[in-house]
Ligand binder design. Sequence first.
Ligand code: MN
Ligand code: MN
Ligand code: MN
Length: 267
Amino acid sequence: MRISLVLGKKIGGRSLRVCRQPLQEKLFSSTCSSQIKEHGLVRTGHLAMAKENEVGNETEGGLQIKGEEVEVKLRIPDSASFAAAKSLFLPSFKNVLNQENHFFDGSNEELSSQKVVLRIRFYNSDQKAIITCKGKQVLKDGIGRAPEEEEEIDVQIARSFVQDPDAMLLYDDSNLIRKLKGEFEFKDGLKYLGGFDNQRSVYEWRGYSLELDLTSYPWGCLHEIECETNKPEDLKQILEKLLAEQCIPFSDAKKSKFANFKDQTLE
Ligand code: MN
Ligand code: MN
Ligand code: MN
């Protein structure tokens, strides 16, 4: 037990070191795995976490992001077609989530210069808050892929970060924030970029969780069908066939919601 804790700690420390010195990291990780073999240890929670980090995604900035988000993104051109799509899935309706999205960057564009997006999202005002760090999304043929790591955070604390982004740098109870601070210096602090609302209607449909998103910007609205799945090509084909049969127009999304926000576009 004592040994596994020590090892866990070392490996935890390693994942921060990874970012700056990839070569040392390699040496260190081979030392670790031989130690693990020597002691014949089973994977503990700590080790499992380190393992996940190893196969995680590295952004251009060298930040290690744990997961990958893969989603189908189909744009619906207008509100009437969007209403038609909603009634089509109505028998599978689950709930509506009013999402409030807020975005942050380093005062010297430390995050955006590395294509990293930092978001705090509130659900139905004060039901839940999630902090998300995303790497660059590749959006091709209506399928988006991006490194993504998320963490639930206390709603009141999250609200205080929107009021004062620098408060995030003083907060030590979030792995995600600690990771960002470990990778970026933020010598002039953080800045708030603003945000937008999204009304997400969720449908549990044929084993998929379909999200029909109505995104509101001061310059207009976007309508989109989104769905996270590990079989995006299959789902996309099914959806396209169904929408075509129902004469509901659609197209591959060409731009993320955040990119539209940043550029003040509706593309
Ligand atoms: Mn996501
Ligand atoms: Mn999305
Ligand atoms: Mn999503």
